[in-house]
Design a protein around this ligand. Structure first.
Ligand code: FAD
Length: 459
């Protein structure tokens, strides 16, 4: 029986179940804590050491895998979310680890600042986003971890460690994408830039036309991403550049955006569970209805980067070397459109680009990458078949030098990681020295970093 002091009793809950955003991955931590400050977290880590329990910090719980799960002590960081300092002169912000990106975006905007790049949503906590190298799109833009100037890590063996490019550089490069394996991130200093607007242009294009002109398309704007609609020839391209023009935000149309594109679409996806062969037609109709017209908007950067990801989904995403993009997409297209196994795929297949970095476990470590992501929605939280698609997708991604997104369930083994990440063994050595008893290792980490269980178990 774990003994808690008065403060820990006050912030703890028993029988609190955790499930991630898509409700696919669940766990029942022995104790769940709503922390408010560093002292709370230090006490919980001491507790984990004393009782030899696994301890896991979570942000928004958005990771589409069991990465955030634990049966030990779970630390919810939602109330550990203050802005510690904004330095207007150097355009930096220092925050507590649990701050959600949407709150950070708003606070930065009030101060005339912004993050340079974001992913599709801003629900994530800053620590969750950097722990998994969350990325957006733009071949000359790196992931969110790369925007970090320094952080404070609470470790098991060495207590609090400040790290940056100037101080404890190895720990810094390792902790910028450390999937919770090295300790708990307490605070983060981020390089921002002056607030800016983006002018976006979204338009349809044929899949083959994109592939035939891929290199120039990737370079044709600061931020470029495209979506392929499986079982059709259609894509939409989204390009965005900085602008000082007057805002022209996207208008919300209740009927189009909510009734048709959300409610009716979800219902039809539900029907397709019994009639999967209707999916090619559904993809085509949704494309015709929503995406066949050119659209242009001008708005604050963070509003333009983000979009509505609709409903819970299975998702898989891998980063391949940029030069392999065309061949890998052709392979995937062929399989989706000609597979003999009656596998039908939801839209979109999302294609994004990211610059290289020097973060040890970043999928874009030392190489410019194309991220390819697939999804299968779970209409009304109901399961849909996805395993054959996943197996084939992973096979293709592996054959083109892919590294999986750390947040998203995958079957990459420790031996494969050793081969693809030059710094993998150094990361493991550091992990063992900062966490000799493995209190930060949950089953995801044991499975993928330490080869301890069957990697297919969680797909
Ligand atoms: C709808 C949707 C859209 C997405 N879009 C994108 C996208 O555009 N680009 C992209 O790259 N990814 C995307 N993701 C993935 C998402 O960015 C990552 O899963 C991210 O880690 C989620 O942040 P979180 O705060 O929910 O972290 P959690 O899921 O809560 O945690 C993720 C990891 O971070 C660790 N962690 C959290 N807080 C701390 C801390 N204080 N110290 C140490 N470790 C910590 C956790 O232990 C866990 O290992 C998307 C996910 C969803 C569901």
């Amino acid at each position: 029986m774990i003994k808690l002091d008065d403060r820990l009793i006050q912030i703890s809950r028993v029988n609190k179940k955790f499930s991630n955003w898509s409700k696919v991955f669940k766990c029942e931590p022995e104790l769940f804590f709503m922390v408010e400050n560093e002292d709370d977290i230090i006490k919980i880590v001491e507790l984990a050491k004393r009782y030899n329990k696994n301890v896991r910090a979570i942000g928004a719980g958005h990771s589409p895998s069991d990465l955030a799960c634990t049966d030990g002590l779970m630390i919810n960081t939602d109330n550990f979310n203050k802005i510690i300092e904004i330095d207007l002169e150097n355009k930096t912000v220092t925050v507590e680890a649990g701050i959600r990106l949407y709150k950070l975006n708003e606070e930065l905007q009030k101060n005339g600042l912004a993050l340079s790049n974001l992913g599709s949503i801003s629900e994530q906590s800053i620590a969750g986003a950097i722990s998994t190298a969350t990325h957006g799109s733009g071949i000359n833009f790196s992931n969110i971890s790369s925007q970090v100037l320094g952080l404070t890590l609470l470790t098991a063996s060495k207590g609090k460690i400040n790290c940056s490019a100037e101080e404890n550089e190895d720990i810094f490069k390792a902790s910028l994408c450390s999937i919770g394996a090295l300790g708990i991130i307490l605070k983060v200093k981020i390089q921002c830039e002056s607030a800016f607007k983006l002018e976006s242009n979204q338009f349809p294009m044929r899949f083959n036309d994109i592939l035939n002109d891929l290199d120039s398309i990737i370079d044709s704007a600061e931020h470029v991403r495209f979506w392929y609609f499986p079982h059709t020839e259609n894509c939409i391209i989204w390009k965005a550049n900085k602008t000082t023009k007057e805002s022209k935000p996207q208008e919300k149309n209740y009927f189009r955006n909510y009734i048709i594109s959300y409610q009716l679409y979800q219902f039809l996806l539900y029907i397709s569970r019994y009639l999967p062969s209707m999916l090619p037609l559904l993809n085509q109709k949704m494309f015709n209805y929503n995406f066949s017209q050119e659209k242009q908007f001008i708005d604050d950067s963070y509003k333009q980067f983000n979009f509505d990801c609709l409903f819970p989904q299975y998702t898989s995403e891998w980063a391949i070397p940029l030069e392999n993009t065309k061949e890998a997409l052709e392979k995937l297209y062929d399989w989706i459109n000609h597979n003999k196994e009656n596998v039908f795929v939801h839209f979109p297949v999302e294609i994004r680009f990211s610059d290289k970095d020097d973060i040890w476990l970043s999928p874009s470590y030392n190489r410019k990458v194309c991220y390819i992501g697939i999804i299968m929605y779970r209409p009304y939280d109901k399961p849909v078949p996805y395993k054959k698609l996943w197996a084939e997708f992973e096979k293709i991604m592996r054959s083109y030098g892919g590294r999986p997104h750390w947040a998203k369930a995958h079957t990459m083994t420790t031996i494969e990681f050793e081969k693809t990440y030059p710094k993998f063994k150094e990361f493991i050595k550091l992990q063992k020295s900062l966490d000799p008893n493995g209190i930060f290792l949950n089953s995801y980490l044991k499975r993928h970093l330490f080869d301890q269980t069957d990697v297919k178990a969680k797909l």
